[in-house]
Design a protein. Structure first.
Ligand code: PMP
Length: 417
């Protein structure tokens, strides 16, 4: 099972300059793809498992019924009747696509409605919606700061944040994960430049929560603008699921820029930023991913509006996810798994080596548990893992099934005894 490891799947092997110039493009890329192609031929390629149907947390995947234990769909809204009907209504009103860029002919009434609701939900002045969370981070960060400015970010921030920071042209430094002393010392190097500090609220590979009260205090002292990515905290943190601000009981203006996605808890697609209305106005006219790309299809604006409405009516979904998290965490701990610093529905299971990660993944899947391996470059080279995710609609029997499979596979791979 473990004959093809994740490192072997890594196609980033850099050929020499001479090879690049002399080789024809197809054989060049075939050579780079060699390990991926071999894994596919051997039937052990672990990525892009093909899902053909889903029924709540159970999916039909590659000919087998499997329990989904790797989805970001935290509130169980995927396939919810009200969301499906909202999508149908938008298609009837506006069609399947968009009519152009938001600034020109792409803005529909439901974009404006959604932005108003998101701003209200995030306790901000205004909001702007992008075609994805990835684009929201890229476009926003690269518009807010540029050459001559300074950015400091946590070294485990999501790739879309990192890409936005690099794209901006500002000087970009990273502090060790959640290390507030290092954040302070990096800010001392700002030399009076305009400075942006950017962090995830819940870290997507670790499942831990940023020490935001400390970050806020440090930003205020150093006059730095603060941006927080709430992709995994919206719908999850806080009593009503309003995110990290509600979780820590922060003031509405403690976070300057709140970024979120419509693709996780809200079971749709798209991204957004909520902030002071002058910042949002500026982004509408300077964020290139907003200006030079088609609008978010209005279908997804309607889906997000419907999802927010369900969440407003049913905050018990948030309560349920935390009951599930507690049950699942306790089960894994009892079995002896190492789940790192996780304290949320994102629960990594540390596997020590890439080979074990792949074998563990295959064993779980063969028993009907859909989990995903995460290796370098998504996480540091020395900490590969299985990343599991809990939703509010996992039943206790589902979690028992998952724990059972993980226990058997974990023992077989030597991760637990
Ligand atoms: N930020 C974080 C923390 C994420 O985990 C992700 C997606 N996994 C994104 C941003 C990008 O969001 P989207 O999938 O909507 O592009």
């Amino acid at each position: 099972l473990a004959s093809v490891s994740a490192s072997e799947l890594d196609s980033s092997t850099d050929p020499s300059e001479g090879d690049r110039i002399a080789e024809d493009p197809i054989s060049y890329f075939t050579r780079l793809n060699r390990k991926v192609n071999t894994a596919k031929e051997q039937g052990v390629y672990p990525f892009e498992p093909e899902i053909s149907a889903h029924d709540g947390v159970w999916v039909q995947c590659e000919g087998k019924r499997m329990l989904m234990l790797a989805s970001y769909e935290y509130l169980g809204l995927l396939g919810h009747d009200e969301l499906d009907r909202a999508a149908e209504a938008a298609i009837l009103d506006f069609g399947t696509g968009h009519h152009g860029s938001r600034l020109l002919t792409g803005t529909t009434s439901n974009h404006c409605d959604l932005e108003f609701r998101l701003a209200h939900w995030m306790r901000a002045d205004d909001a702007i919606v992008f075609s994805s969370g990835y684009v929201a981070n890229l476009a926003t960060i690269s518009a807010l700061v540029g050459p001559g400015d300074y950015i400091v970010g946590d070294n485990l921030n999501h790739a879309s944040i990192v890409d936005g920071c690099r794209m901006s042209g500002a000087e970009f430094k990273e502090f060790k994960h959640n290390d507030m002393d290092e954040l302070v010392s990096l800010l001392l190097e700002s030399g009076g430049r305009r400075t942006l500090v950017v962090v995830d609220a819940i870290f997507s590979m670790e499942g831990d929560i940023v020490d935001l009260p400390s970050v806020i205090e440090i930003c205020k002292k150093n006059k730095a603008l603060l941006m927080v990515d709430e992709a995994h905290s919206m719908g999850v943190l806080g009593k009503t699921g309003a995110g990290i601000q509600e979780h820590f009981g922060l003031a509405a203006d403690d976070i300057d820029i709140k970024m979120g996605t419509l693709s996780k808890s809200l079971a749709g697609s798209g991204g957004f930023v909520a902030a002071n209305s002058q910042i949002i106005t500026y982004l509408r006219h300077h964020a290139r991913g907003y200006i030079f790309s088609g609008a978010l299809p209005s279908v997804y604006a309607n889906v997000a509006i419907a999802a927010l409405e369900v969440l407003r009516r049913e905050p018990s979904r948030v309560e349920q996810i935390w009951k599930n998290v507690e049950y699942y965490h306790a089960g894994l701990k009892r079995l002896g798994f190492d789940t790192g610093a996780s304290e949320t529905p994102i629960v990594p299971i540390m596997t020590r080596t890439n080979d074990v990660t792949m074998a563990f993944t295959q064993l779980c899947r063969s028993e009907g548990l859909l989990v995903v391996p995460v290796c370098y470059p998504a996480v540091p080279m020395d900490s590969p893992r299985l990343r599991t995710c809990i939703t509010s609609t996992h039943q206790q029997s589902d979690l028992d099934f998952a724990l059972d499979v993980l226990a058997r596979a974990g023992r077989q791979c030597g991760i637990i005894h």
